[in-house]
Design a protein around this ligand. Sequence first.
Ligand SMILES: *[C@@H]1O[C@H](CO)[C@@H](O)[C@H](O)[C@H]1NC(C)=O
Length: 234
Amino acid sequence: MVRPPVPALFGLLAAAVSSVNGAAECPSSAWIPFRSSCYIFLHGTLNDVAPFDDARDLCKDNASGADIISIKNREENTFIEETFENHWQAPDYILLGMFFDADDNTFKWFDKSEMKFTNWIEEESNEELLNTCASMNTKSGGWRKISCENLPLAGTLCKAAFAYEKTYLPDKTALTTTLVIVFTIVVTVSAALFWFLYKRSISSGALCITHHSTTEIPYSDETILIDEENEYTA
Ligand SMILES: *[C@@H]1O[C@H](CO)[C@@H](O)[C@H](O)[C@H]1NC(C)=O
């Protein structure tokens, strides 16, 4: 029977993919992992002259590649809200890492990720958004627009990608690496399989020849003779 070591190959592939993703490696144990990122709440008062610059510097100083918080979806928002409840001692409001861009009248995340999810708790109104910043209520997880002149400055929430030493690879690189690994495995398995079939066809060919030359030919001659007799009597 053909039994390529399929489970072993899948194991190898899984290990390769997870090392590309850098599974579960936060900058330090002070950071809390969730999905593909790590989070930390740093205590201390932000400089009120340039609070965002200060916050981003604090995040980056704790772990290179880290930045002030951005929130991509409901699950991440819920994770943050729950972690404030269970783990971080934080004020009621914290600063979200976004700014209002007057060029196209939208809010943008400082870390340049796309803003696909929002969790504003107030009705949208025709309020003046220039000089508007955003905060998160750490008890409810809701977002509120606030004046950039009057920000919550106690502490900063930072986010970093998993195992940034390795995973600061852009997504495309990870995908390419995975494809190369899969391709290599497929080629190796195919080559092994071809080799196996080739060897087997040689050895079974030899068996056929010896088989025919001994028993089968006389036997089949007899059968034909009997068949012919039957045909004539019928
Ligand atoms: C990052 O912050 C944590 C918690 O405040 C602290 O224990 C750790 O020493 C900091 N690490 C660096 C590299 O600044």
